[in-house]
Design a binder for this molecule. Structure first.
Ligand SMILES: Nc1ncnc2c1ncn2[C@@H]1O[C@H](COP(=O)(O)OP(=O)(O)OP(=O)(O)O)[C@@H](O)[C@H]1O
Ligand SMILES: [Mg+2]
Length: 235
């Protein structure tokens, strides 16, 4: 589904990503874990076309997407919920979700996609008429994921989806994401808090100073003392 192959990314003169490779298969949930500043957001922004790799490439469903524009990548079926939510402040919750259905027309009808977004985040239904600035940080986070969902994506790319959410609602959001994979979709999550990594994650990648230092099962990462130190402090 998604293949990031030996990507090198520079921001100005700084070499930020060093030969980063990762893969997300159909119906897989994959987590990219690392400390603050490790390169998670940079990896996701490269996938989404905001940054162009100097070497290596990104393929989505067998087609190279590096160098393509973000809206084209979205239209191909990659839903994106950035770290800062990126919602439209002067639109209501319902409008924010509705507008996403237009980014990628076709497939499932818009009403069905909107219904799915509200089913995964029932709290948003109550606030459907509220505008961005009237939402709490956690509600904005949910809206940003709901909006990515309304795109009807094959792959959801979520940057710190659990950050700022009350511990009491994290399980509900996590179950919502699991339900999405049951619909045949894939999810790539960037997390700085290892405790937020859902237990149904198929594969974990650990990134440290711009390089992937581990790829495998979550329990194997904990068994490696060097890695346990990295991910244990990645909170
Ligand atoms: N626009 C920029 N200009 C210069 N350096 C940048 C820029 N964006 C990111 N960096 C640097 O790239 C490195 C990786 O940043 P990135 O945002 O990818 O980290 P992250 O793993 O997402 O961290 P966090 O958990 O804090 O979100 C950091 O050292 C950061 O300072
Ligand atoms: Mg980040």
């Amino acid at each position: 589904m998604l293949t990031v192959d030996a990507v090198d990314v520079f921001i100005q003169a700084s070499h930020i990503l060093r030969s980063v490779s990762l893969g997300v298969g159909p119906r897989e949930v994959v987590c990219l874990v690392g400390r603050n500043g490790a390169g998670k957001t940079t990896t996701l922004r490269t996938i989404m076309g905001y940054l162009r790799p100097r070497a290596g490439g990104v393929e989505f469903r067998g087609h190279p997407i590096h160098g393509r524009r973000t809206h084209e990548i979205a239209r191909l079926g990659v839903g994106w919920a950035p770290e800062d939510c990126g919602i439209f402040g002067d639109l209501t919750v319902a409008e924010n979700i509705e507008i996403a259905t237009r980014t990628r027309p076709g497939g499932r009808p818009a009403t069905e996609r909107i219904e799915l977004a509200f089913r995964v985040f029932p709290m948003l239904r109550r606030y459907a008429g509220r505008k961005g600035p009237e939402l709490s940080g956690g509600e904005r986070k949910m809206l940003s994921i709901a909006r990515a969902l309304a795109l009807d994506p094959e792959l959801l790319v979520l940057d710190e989806p659990f950050e700022g959410l009350a511990p009491a609602i994290i399980p509900a959001v996590s179950e919502g994401l699991a339900a999405i994979t049951e619909l045949g979709r894939s999810i790539l999550i960037a997390e700085s808090n290892i405790h937020h990594v859902p237990e149904y994650t198929h594969r974990l990648y650990v990134i440290e100073r711009g390089a992937i230092v581990f790829a495998g099962a979550q329990e194997d990462a904990w068994r490696d003392p060097g890695l346990a130190r990295i991910i244990g402090s990645a909170t």
